[in-house]
Design a protein around this ligand. Structure first.
Ligand code: TXA
Ligand code: MG
Length: 361
């Protein structure tokens, strides 16, 4: 298939783009890769079963892992889902458009392919201008997972997206670097409590402020042992964000302890003859100068979690180029945006994660 490339990397805010080719492709049941403010999406017309099936084939995605529908406005939510509580309404009013996906009761018109047979559907209203315009011009919701092969880090830059995946789509819409660089927060109201199934840019603290309550699902930092275990979000079950190279995370609330823990891991690995790559916070880079490592990559500043969240997928994608045997990664505090960062990194490490307790003074 001849893939059409639309270049909007330097587009002006507010200017209308010519998305005709992408709209036509979607109408014809083809796939497109489109920018959103979180990560790139692999999109299809969300109401055409056959088109939606192509997404699963292209990504190698498990059939039981549902997709989210991207809508342009509040009306479009009502076309495909039912808002059943004040709490859901509050979340929609406060965080949409933006990096939030809400799980709602689905309506009849939503194909089973989208929801993997569930009676709920994930709804997201992107704030990204190109995504918004595309959905609006199509006049129907767009089903889109992150534009990566299943299990791999999500794409935040068109160049980073798998070549094989690009060949399976009709149109590539390049909007430059994704602004947020981390997938949306997935939330579901369970027994009246907004429950985070996947942490993201919209934080637990922000949700609690708006709703008066909020929780995180216990599976966020816990490996699911049995593939048939019942979980709220099927995406939790699968290997995700993982580079080919083995990764391990070391974390302590105390930065000094964290560096010490990292150093003892480095030395142990050196003795085993392993080549080590380190991912460290900006403040700590210098501290590893004396260690024998292949290279060290800058994760961003400890207190600038936005910067860290913006870099992690790019870094995870890079690590396989170093031919290392082990990647050692520093952690950040599991609060606010740090919760989402730790969720992605710990999964990239396939739960190989050591927390060093701060010693009591
Ligand atoms: O930021 C994002 O959300 C990006 C951009 C492209 O919008 N999309 C994205 O989609 O990350 P995906 O498919 O990679 O992740 C969606 C997550 C999966 O973990 C899936 O299991 C969960 O949402 N999900 C979807 N529908 C669900 C449902 N009905 N109930 C529970 N979880 C659901
Ligand atoms: Mg994904």
């Amino acid at each position: 298939m001849e893939t059409i490339y639309l270049d909007f990397r330097n587009h002006e805010n507010g200017e209308k783009k010519d998305l005709t080719k992408a709209v036509e492709a979607l109408q014809n049941g083809e796939l497109v890769i489109m920018p959103t403010e979180t990560v790139y999406g692999l999109g299809a017309d969300g109401l055409q079963s056959k088109a939606v099936r192509k997404i699963f084939e292209a990504k190698g995605r498990k059939q039981d892992n549902p997709l989210i529908l991207h809508v342009a406005d509040r009306n479009m939510i009502d076309q495909v889902a039912v808002v059943t509580s004040q709490m859901e309404e509050k979340l929609i009013q406060a965080f949409m458009p933006g990096p939030l996906t809400i799980i709602l009761q689905k309506k009849e018109c939503v194909p089973d392919e989208v929801t993997a047979g569930n009676d709920t559907v994930g709804i997201r209203m992107p704030s990204d201008e190109i995504a918004h315009q595309l959905i609006q011009e199509l006049g129907r919701p767009i089903a889109a997972p992150s534009a990566n092969l299943s299990g791999k880090p999500s794409g935040t830059l068109m160049e980073d997206i798998d070549q094989g995946l690009k060949q399976k789509v009709a149109v590539l819409i390049d909007g430059g670097q994704s602004r947020i660089g981390l997938e949306s927060t997935v939330v579901k109201v369970i027994d009246g409590i907004p429950t985070i199934l996947r942490p993201g840019r919209v934080t637990l603290e922000e949700i609690q402020k708006v709703c008066g309550k909020g929780e995180i699902d216990s599976h966020i930092f816990q490996q699911i042992q049995k593939q048939d275990e019942k979980v709220e979000s099927p995406g939790m079950k699968y290997r995700h964000y993982a580079p080919k190279t083995k990764c391990r995370m070391i974390y302590s609330q105390d930065p000094v302890w964290m560096v010490q823990g990292m150093k003892s891991e480095i030395q142990k690995a050196n003795q085993e003859g392993k080549k080590i790559l380190v991912l460290a916070l900006s403040e700590d880079l210098e501290k590893y100068r004396t260690e024998k490592i292949e290279d060290i990559l800058d994760m961003g500043k400890r207190e600038n979690l936005e910067e860290v969240s913006n870099r992690i997928f790019t870094l995870l994608r890079k690590v396989d180029h170093y031919g290392a045997d082990l990647v050692l990664i520093e952690g950040v505090r599991k609060e606010e945006l740090g919760l989402a960062i730790m969720n992605r990194l710990i999964r990239a490490c396939e739960y190989d994660y050591r927390e060093i307790e701060k010693r009591e003074e």
